[in-house]
Design a protein around this ligand. Sequence first.
Ligand SMILES: *Cc1c(COP(=O)(O)O)cnc(C)c1O
Length: 497
Amino acid sequence: MEYISTRGIAPKVSAATAIKEGIAPDGGLYVPESLPTLTLGDITVMTDMSYNERAVRILSRFLTDFTEDEIESCVNLAYTREKFDSANVAPLYELNDKAYLCELWHGPTCAFKDMALQLLPHLLTTSIRKTGEDKTVLILVATSGDTGKAALEGFKDVNGTKIMVFYPSEGVSHIQKLQMMTQAGGNVNVCGIEGNFDDAQTGVKTIFGDAEFAKKAAEKGVVLSSANSINWGRLVPQIVYYISSYCDLVKYNKIALGELVNFVVPTGNFGNILAAYYAYKMGLPVNKLICASNINNVLTEFFDTGRYNKKRTFHATMSPSMDILISSNLERLLFDISGDSADVREFMKKLSTDGEYTIPQELSEKISGLFCADYCDEQETAAAIADIYENYSYVCDTHTAVACGVYKKYAEKTGDATKTVIASTASPYKFPHSVLTALNCENVAELGDFEALDTLAGKAMSDIPTALSKLKNADVRFDAVCKKQDMAQQVMAFIEK
Ligand SMILES: *Cc1c(COP(=O)(O)O)cnc(C)c1O
C-alpha cells in the first residue's frame, strides 16, 4: 500500500518513507491511498486474540512494506507488562449497560499519548533501516506538557535514536516539569526555555527549516525527525484500540457481532477521533462519532456549520491537552471526504491567510450523518467528574470528563440507546488538583502535588500510578533553561556530546 499527500503534490511513498519523513515535502499529511477493509469475519478472528496480536493484524494491513516479523517485534517492544500496568493494554471499564470507558492511560506517562508514542520509535527505527538510512535520528520535540514526556519515555534507550525536548520553563504543571527533569535514559536531553509554548514550537520549527544546521548535523552522523501527531506512525497505532474495544464488547457478550456502537472522543488536534473514523471506514460497525471539545470549541462550530474559524480567544482550561485552536489532523478528514487535494490546499491556504474557511455544503452533508459534536465548559466538566463519581464511584480525569459530559447531553437530547465507548485519555492522577476541586474537596489549593495525589488515592480507592509516586524521590537530571534564541546551539551541543 502506498501513501499520498493530502496536498497532492508530493510523490507517493511507502509506509516506511511516510513514517521517516513525518510530513510530506509539499506540506501535506501522508494518508494511505486506499483503506484496508475489515470484515465481521476479521473481527471474529481477533476476538480471541490478545491486544498485541490484534495490533499486529491491523498494522500489517497498513504497513505493507514491513514484514509480519518486523511488526510483531515493534508491537512486542512497545506494549509490555513493564510499561503498561494492565495486561489488556487498553481495557474497557463498564460504567453502565450502555456506556463503557476505554482506558488508554495504562502506559508509562499515564496519558493516551503512550499508546502511539511507545510504538512510534520502533516503527521509526525499522523504517529508517528499511529505507537504507544509516544515521542516528535525533527527535526534536516542543511540548506544552504531555507529549514531551510521552516521547521521552518512548524513545529512551532506543538504539539509533536520540531525543531532545524543549518546554516552556514556567508554562507546564509542577508534576509535568518533574516528570521531564527526572527523565531516565542515555540518549535523552531536556531543556526549559524562557518563553511560552509557541516560542518553543517556533524555535523547533526554525531548526527543522535550517538547511545549514541539517548539513552540519549530517556531517556528525545525525538526521532530525519529529514525533508529533501529524506523523502517520503516530496515527496508525490509534486505529487499533477502536477495533480492539469492539472485539472486547463482542467477546464479553455486551454486543452482537455487527451491532453498531458510538465512540465519544475528547478532542484537541483531531488525531484520536480521526483514528476512529478510519476504523469506521475500514468496516467497523459505527453509529456515531461524537467529537467532544472544551470551551476551545472550534470543532463544535465546524461540525455544526461547516465553518472552521480559529479567530477566537484562546482559553486555558483544566483539560489543557485539548486547548488547541488548529486541529492539524482535520486536514486528513477533509481530504478523505473531498478526495481532491486542490480543495485541501485551498482550505489550508484560507486558514493561514484569513484564519478561517468554510467547506461546501455537499461536503458537510457527507459527514453530518456520522459525526456530531458538542462541548463542555469548565463548570460542566467539573460537574461531569462529580456526577461519574457519585453514580459509579469512579474517578475520571478532566479530559475524559469533557467526553462524559458531552455524551450525557447527547444521550438526553437524542434518546440514542446505542452502546457507547468513551475514550478515556488520561489518569485522574495526572490532574489531581482539578479533579479534587471538582469533587468538592476543601482547601485543595493548599495541597502540595504529592499530598494531592494521596488525597485523590483516598477518594478513588485505587493506587497512585508508580510512574507518578516515584517522582517524589527521583533525582533531577535536567535543570537547564535557555533563551529561545539559543535552542539551536543547545541541540548542536547535544549532537556533539
Ligand atoms: C492529546 C490529548 C487529547 C487530545 O487528543 P487529540 O488526538 O489531539 O485530539 C485528549 N486528552 C488527553 C489527555 C491528551 O493528552
